[in-house]
Write a protein that binds this ligand. Structure first.
Ligand code: BJW
Ligand code: ZN
Length: 308
């Protein structure tokens, strides 16, 4: 049975010790069975085993640019050619990727529990392609497949545009050549404005209807449990949903391949009766651990046959 190291130990807080993952999983299953209102906050690690890179750490470089430096309005304003090539490559990669078992597990949990809501920071469309019920899925940071016009005078926006490439100049992901503005995607409505990806860049507000829907979920009652899956929790306001659940005395389950990234803090991870335990940490690939953790509610998850 795999095991994880915990920094929490009632007798001596310093030396790490091995947790029995079978007992840990059983204790989480008991919490899951007694939880009604459940939230998931998911990030790039959910799609990592589908082959899509994360933002921070080893995967966060694209052509030697930090992905974070490209995800800003300033980057787009100063070099739309580079930023469009970055997003065009990511659209292509996302279209080629397949949802993994964790995407399907969350979709199934949504079907089994109408009081479950997924807040995704991901823009790759994989949760939608795993048939996650759309009324239980909020895209905090938009979508690679939404487009909007940058002209101040134009309100054009479109959803789920999966055309690739969007212009012939964006056809070759290996080409590092500068693309003149005229050859980048343009607005079909005003015909002058440059299109941009419908994602949320740093400094931009999250979509109002999305924030309102997330707030409404909190207004409807106490959240019993939040699943924090494959996210560094370093971007706000997304990360603040975890704080809000904790503030209501809700329980937290973390699924991350690198738990040292996350603050492994105050609450005891082991040793408490199931009913008093507040936190679980499942260190490993989300695609493996999320389906296991949700199995008592959703049953076993099989990936659909690959269509040719
Ligand atoms: C695995 C795994 C495996 C790997 N299994 N796990 C409060 C305090 C301080 C700052 C702020 C604040 N409030 C707002 C801010 C500013 C800013 C912010 O948060 N800055 C921080 C850097 C501090 N926030 C904003 O600007 C937001 N807007 C805003 O607040 O607007 C206010 C406003 C109001 C009114 C008017 C105007 C403004 C917007 C944030 C937008 C974030 N956008 C991006 C890019 C989206 C487009 C794109 O995709 O290109 O969103 S940035 C990037 O980070 C992306 C992600 O969704 C987001 C989160 O990253 P994520 O998903 O957590 O990825 P990683 O890479 O960080 O982590 C992956 C994790 O997975 C790791 O932990 C791995 O270990 C793990 N992992 N493999 C399980 N197999
Ligand atoms: Zn336009």
């Amino acid at each position: 049975m795999p095991s994880v190291l915990s920094r929490s130990d009632a007798a001596d807080p310093d030396p790490p010790r091995f947790i029995d993952m079978a007992a840990d999983l059983a204790s989480f299953h008991s919490c899951l069975r007694s939880s009604s209102r459940i939230l998931a906050l998911v990030g790039a690690g959910l799609s990592a085993s589908s082959g899509l890179p994360t933002f921070r750490g080893a995967g966060g470089l694209w052509r030697n640019h930090d992905a974070m430096d490209l995800a800003t309005p300033d980057a787009f304003a100063s070099d739309p050619s580079l930023v469009w090539q970055f997003y065009s490559a990511r659209r292509a990669a996302a279209l080629q990727a397949r949802p993994n078992k964790a995407h399907y597990a969350l979709a199934e949990l949504a079907r089994c529990n109408s009081q479950f809501l997924t807040l995704t920071q991901n823009v790759d469309g994989l949760s939608v392609r795993a048939n996650h019920p759309l009324d239980q899925l909020l895209h905090l940071h938009g979508s690679l497949f939404d487009l909007k016009c940058t002209s101040f005078y134009c309100d054009h926006s479109e959803s789920n545009n999966t055309t690739h490439p969007l212009t012939p100049a964006l056809a070759n992901p290996e080409s590092h050549a500068y693309i003149p503005s005229a050859d980048l995607p343009h607005c079909p409505q005003c015909r002058t404005g440059l299109l941009r990806p419908g994602v949320v860049w740093f400094g931009e507000p999250l979509p109002y209807d999305v924030i309102r829907a997330a707030d409404a979920f909190f207004d409807q009652g106490k959240v019993d449990l939040i699943l924090v899956i494959g996210t560094s929790g370093s971007v706000y306001p997304a990360a603040s949903y975890v704080d809000r659940v904790r503030a209501q005395n809700g329980k937290v389950a973390i699924f991350n391949i690198d738990v040292d990234d996350l603050d492994s803090d105050e609450e005891s991870l082991v040793g408490l009766p199931d009913s008093e335990r507040m936190k679980w940490v499942f260190k490993g690939d989300a695609a493996e651990w999320v389906p296991k953790a949700l199995e008592p509610i959703i049953g076993k998850i099989d990936l659909p046959e690959e269509s040719s």
